[in-house]
Design a binder for this molecule. Structure first.
Ligand SMILES: Nc1ncnc2c1ncn2[C@@H]1O[C@H](COP(=O)(O)OP(=O)(O)O)[C@@H](O)[C@H]1O
Ligand SMILES: [Mg+2]
Ligand SMILES: [Zn+2]
Length: 283
């Protein structure tokens, strides 16, 4: 691989902001003075993501860690167009050479990017899967959205993907609602991978699963990342997940990035007071 393509970010996010509410004279003028965490007590506006900038490089796993409410899910929702940003820019190197802010594109383009360039695994499998469809049907749906038409190709691809995530062959026509939490997440992963996205977004994939099941799903994610060289944005409040998966990590607090670095460095030698607290509370 050329050095230039390695160093060039596959995803670049610049000054992403997402607020819920209009804001008022108090919080719009100087938000650091009046906000309680991310919340304006005068008008009730929530500043979920305040000024988020980062880059994801080809083939890396970038971790996003922070306490509940710090804005992690909102960030992924904005990047997957589940929610509209208040302002800010994002560029994907696979789309128009990374020169166009994807947030400004039409809804058709956004749908195209969702279907062909991005995959997302939700914390809640009900958001990522049709629970009553068959598992392989869930994958076919995504393949059709990405332009597939041939049933036998889709069947082969679906079977391959589900077996890759260790769903037994005899269960691939079963609906995810019959499956355990760990299996549902594995079906979600298969679905998210079905269009070969160069970028995968994962939100608290293992939160709520038993520890042994968690380890299993995390291993699978790591293996798939190595096999496919896909770039991942892994969001978790759990430092153990971040430690296991992420090459680099950003730490979020109240909608801002407070620390960023190689995961080992961030966890072994945190510079920011909040990160220090987060790391030490684990022990
Ligand atoms: N639809 C919404 N309306 C108002 N506030 C919201 C909405 N969605 C999320 N928030 C708020 O945005 C902040 C960030 O939430 P979230 O991104 O879910 O955090 P995290 O995933 O880090 O726990 C929280 O304060 C949350 O209450
Ligand atoms: Mg969340
Ligand atoms: Zn306000």
């Amino acid at each position: 691989m050329e050095i230039s393509s390695f160093e060039r970010p596959i995803l670049k996010v610049k000054n992403l902001k997402k607020q819920f509410g209009q804001g008022c004279n108090f919080c719009l003028e100087d938000d650091t003075k009046v906000l309680i965490k991310n919340y304006c007590p005068y008008c009730g506006t929530v500043y979920a993501c305040k000024d988020i900038s980062f880059q994801v490089y080809s083939g890396e796993i970038l971790g996003v860690v922070g306490e509940s409410g710090s804005g992690k899910s909102t960030l992924l929702e904005c990047l997957y167009f589940d929610k509209e940003v208040t302002s800010g820019e994002a560029f994907i190197s696979n789309y128009k050479d990374g020169e166009i802010n994807i947030f400004q594109e039409s809804s058709q383009v956004k749908r195209f990017l969702k279907n062909n360039v991005l995959g997302k695994v939700y914390q809640n499998p009900m958001l990522g899967l049709k629970m009553d469809f068959s598992s392989i049907g869930n994958i076919a749906e995504k393949l059709i959205a990405a332009g597939s038409r041939r049933v036998c190709d889709m069947e082969a691809r679906g079977t391959g993907l589900l077996s890759r995530v260790n769903i037994p062959l005899f269960r691939i026509k079963e609906a995810p609602k019959n499956f355990s939490g760990g299996m549902q997440q594995r079906v979600q992963i298969a679905k998210a991978l079905s269009n070969n996205p160069p970028i995968l977004l994962l939100d608290e994939v293992t939160t709520g699963l038993d520890l042994s099941v968690q380890a299993n799903v995390l291993d699978l994610i790591k293996e798939i990342q190595r096999e496919l060289g896909i770039s991942m944005l892994v969001v978790s409040h759990d430092l153990a997940v971040i430690r296991m998966l992420a090459d680099r990590t950003i730490v979020m607090l109240d909608g801002r990035i407070v620390e960023e670095g190689l995961t080992d460095q961030v966890l072994e030698d945190p510079q920011n007071a909040y990160t220090q607290q987060l790391v030490h509370s684990l022990i």
